[in-house]
Design a protein around this ligand. Structure first.
Ligand code: NAD
Length: 304
């Protein structure tokens, strides 16, 4: 089916409700063949996906470089989002939210992405340790880039829903991206953030509906840690789905795509088969009986 588009809050951008998360192009979930990644990008566009999210962090610039190459000749068909502020996975040294780095970072991203503007530019993985710098230095620098036309809209991304809300209250951001907070394991997004964003008309982006691959038959990558009880419950849920002829990733995606306000749900993709599978989940209502059985398996392990 044609992938429906939704308006991304006050940006007015019409984004496909399923978005292409490009972190796997940076080998974040195992080695990706670049040719296959490029075919996945092109197939996603053919299937109607128009929102692409990437960051310098993913593969330490590899994902941006590969996405930039794949988008040659296709840039005009997509809404392109990238980020600044986080550059390596080292929690001590990986962040730089200084204005100077923002100005340099945007030029580097533009070069790698082979474009003259970024549609949505986001401060990456903000957290409270950097509160005053993000509010008084990082976001003002990004807003200057908006005035200069290098970026069209400015947003924030992160894990802490309460901190995302606090920053959105302090600075006039256009979009907020959170991850792993609206899926089969966790719906805290709607308790903490969604009502505020929808009231203010701020564009909402929901990432990682497969909970970093926990909600798939493959399971999480080694670097992603959850309590053992949750991992075991996820494996049990995947098995239960298989016994009923269902791939848990389909159910997980169908569930997340039902979110009433998030304009786009970002799934990490670098393979044509995943694009095929994930686009086929759009517009399908999850089987209510199976869904309630799976939630009964998963939710006690998370306390949600
Ligand atoms: P995810 O839950 O979307 O998926 C995890 C991995 O599952 C994917 O990377 C892919 O390798 C695999 N996969 C995809 N479809 C599959 C399928 N049908 N069956 C089996 N496996 C499948 O998690 P994610 O990739 O981390 O998140 C999606 C995107 O959201 C990222 O690529 C990134 O662009 C964005 N994101 C942003 C932030 C941030 O800004 N702080 C954080 C997390 C994610």
């Amino acid at each position: 089916m044609e992938i429906p588009r939704r308006v991304l809050g006050k940006t007015g951008l019409k984004v496909s409700m399923l978005g292409f998360g490009a972190s796997p192009l940076g080998d974040e979930f195992g080695v990706t063949d670049e040719g296959e990644g490029t075919r996945a990008v092109h197939y996603a566009i053919e299937r109607g996906i128009n929102y692409f999210d990437v960051a310098p962090l993913y593969g330490e610039t590899l994902a941006e470089t590969r996405l930039g190459r794949a988008l040659v000749g296709y840039r005009h068909k997509v809404i392109l989002a990238t980020k600044c502020g986080e550059y390596t996975n080292d929690l001590k040294t990986g962040f730089d939210f200084s204005a100077q780095r923002v100005f340099r970072s945007v030029e580097e991203s533009l070069r790698r992405l082979r474009t003259d503007h970024i549609d949505v530019y986001q401060a990456h993985d903000i957290h409270a340790e950097y509160r005053s710098q993000i509010i008084s230095e990082t976001l003002p620098a990004m807003l200057r880039l908006k005035e200069a036309g290098k970026v069209r809209f400015v947003g924030i991304t992160g894990d802490s829903l309460s901190f995302l809300r606090e920053v959105a209250e302090a600075v006039d951001v256009d979009t907020v991206l959170s991850f792993c907070h609206y899926d089969l394991l966790d719906t805290s997004l709607d308790q903490v953030l969604t009502p505020y964003l929808s009231r203010r008309g701020i564009g909402q982006i929901n990432a990682s509906p497969l909970h970093m691959r926990v909600l798939t038959n493959t399971g999480a990558p080694d670097w992603y840690k959850l309590p053992l009880a949750t991992m075991e419950a996820a494996q049990k849920a995947a098995r239960y789905c298989r016994q009923h002829g269902v791939d848990i990733s389909d159910l997980a995606l169908q569930f997340a795509l039902q979110h009433p306000y998030a304009a786009t749900t970002l799934v990490g993709m670098s393979r044509v088969a995943h694009v095929e599978r994930n686009t086929s989940a759009v517009g399908v209502t999850p089987d209510p009986q199976l869904l309630s059985e799976i939630l009964a398996i998963l939710r006690p392990s998370t306390g949600c």
